[in-house]
Design a protein around this ligand. Structure first.
Ligand SMILES: *Cc1c(COP(=O)(O)O)cnc(C)c1O
Length: 481
């Protein structure tokens, strides 16, 4: 495994798949930075033993390594600041709240120098109620409500820092809301470049068939692109201050080439607008999507590499178009929150299932846990792969191929498709699933009326509850029958 971003991969990487043979010491990726296997075989994170944590808080439970999450934000901030400063350019980071947002996380990110990106009334209200400076908050969305826009335009002294417009109709809509409130709105325009990335590759297509943004490519030769048309419409409304262009090309991206290609397209449109109107917008936002390691042996996108490559691409594209280098912003979510979090479960039913003749395996061990697709929908939704280990003990039993499944009434309720667990895994064992800090709690549901787990932060031996565990009484409180 390649160690990246200063994350000490620890001595045990090659034995990761052999749950019996783990020496004590740091667990390494994909576990949080402070995760260590203690001499008694159990795991501690943030100097808090997971068995003790489970005993005190119950399971399932989302656990966030505060130090790891802050360090990830700071590492990205420093790498970006250094890389762009080399070209005399400024850069700003906005934490994408949809990965996981609560007031404590909003404060941590502000303290690490990041703004907060939001995409709904709930996220926006959470960021503002945490005391985040409104000027450092953004709002996205392809179908924003009046309530969302009114809050966005009236928060703080002069509204939030940026409303990202997503369609032509929204130009007049936001301008009209601003006019009604007697304020000005600071806006960006979300554009689509035809560059889509995620996983290990990126593709670039000329056309767009998705709900977000406006294309930088004309539908027919000789026409203005939808993006340029909207930019001209924005400049025609005095209630709108056009900050710049926004592009988000995808998620879980491991190859910086997609950002490079998108940056060039965005800078080309920025130059085109300047040529047409004399207005050179000051800022370009290149979105989020930096990839992380979900499984042992995978690598994450290195902050320094992404910073250097995107800075170089922006500077080159500015030179090629004869325009000044813009201020640049990014919106990372997963790469900050994901690897800092894990989910703790208690094992219940363990069932060996004989597989048909000719299958790759003779038998698969189904290990049921006390949560499932309600607290982690990504495997069912995207076929996402996760890693799990027993964290209450080590075992000298041989590894067997297991599938970790939830307790929902759905055969697709799978949390980890394939993982080697010790053959003696049994009811009562404590199991952790790694890299659930992003898009875990934030995408959780109460399917089957299972209450959603709580979230706790651990740091230096201290446990700080962040989000209370839901109870059946909470669910019934919504039931008016
Ligand atoms: C989802 C999203 C992000 C964050 O993506 P990550 O993959 O979590 O980094 C940033 N910007 C926008 C517009 C998004 O939709």
């Amino acid at each position: 495994m390649t160690a990246t971003s200063g994350h000490d991969a620890g001595p045990a990487d090659d034995s990761r798949d052999l749950p019996g043979g783990l020496p004590d010491g740091p667990l390494g990726l994909p576990w949080p930075r402070t995760a260590v296997r203690r001499a008694d075989g159990s795991v501690a994170v943030g100097d808090v033993g997971l068995p003790e944590l489970a005993a005190a808080q119950g399971t399932p439970l989302y656990v966030v390594d505060e130090r790891d999450m802050r360090e990830r934000a700071a590492a990205l901030r420093d790498a970006m600041t250094t890389a762009f400063a080399e070209h005399g350019a400024e850069v700003e980071l906005f934490y994408a709240g949809k990965a996981f947002l609560c007031r404590a996380v909003a404060r941590w990110m502000s303290q690490e120098g990041l703004g907060i990106d939001t995409a709904s009334l709930g996220e926006l209200t959470t960021a503002l109620s945490a005391g985040v400076d409104a000027a450092r908050v953004g709002l996205h969305g392809n179908n924003k409500s009046d309530e969302e826009l009114e809050l966005a335009l009236t928060a703080g002294d002069k509204g939030i820092g940026r409303v990202v417009l997503d369609s032509l109709v929204e130009v007049d809509r936001v301008a009209d809301v601003a006019a009604g409130l007697g304020v000005r709105a600071r806006v960006m325009l979300r554009v689509t470049t035809g560059v889509h990335a995620g996983g290990h590759e990126y593709i670039s297509t000329g056309h767009e068939d998705q709900k977000f943004g406006l294309s930088v490519h004309p539908a027919r030769p000789g026409e203005d692109s939808p993006a340029l048309t909207a930019l001209l419409a924005i400049l025609a409304r005095p209630e709108l201050d056009l900050l710049g262009l926004h592009s988000h090309i995808g998620s879980q991206i491991l190859d910086p080439a997609g950002f490079d290609a998108a940056a060039r397209e965005v800078l080309r449109v920025r130059a085109e607008l300047a040529e047409r109107t004399g207005v050179l917008v000051p800022e370009v936002d290149l979105g989020g999507g930096f990839g992380v390691a979900y499984l042992p042996g995978e690598v994450e996108l290195d902050p320094e590499r992404i910073a250097k490559e995107t800075a170089a691409a922006v500077v080159e594209a500015a030179a090629e178009t004869g325009t000044a280098v813009p201020r640049v912003s990014f919106e990372p979510g997963r790469s900050i929150a994901g690897p800092a979090g894990l989910t703790l479960y208690t094992v219940g039913t363990v069932k060996p299932v004989r597989l048909p003749e000719g299958s790759e395996l003779a038998e698969r061990l189904y290990v049921s846990i006390d949560g499932g697709m309600g607290d982690n929908i990504r495997p069912a939704l995207y076929g996402a792969a996760y890693h799990a280990e027993l964290v209450g003990r080590t075992s000298s039993a041989p590894p067997v191929r297991a599938r970790v499944v939830g307790k929902h009434c759905e055969s697709g309720d799978i949390v980890v498709h394939d993982v080697d667990l010790p053959a003696d895994v049994h009811a009562g064992d404590l199991l952790a699933v790694a890299v659930t800090g992003a898009y875990g709690r934030s995408m959780a549901s109460t399917y089957n009326l299972l209450p959603r787990p709580g979230v706790v932060a651990v740091r230096d031996g201290e446990v700080t509850p962040l989000v209370r565990r839901e109870s059946v009484a909470d669910l019934l409180a919504l039931d008016l029958g």
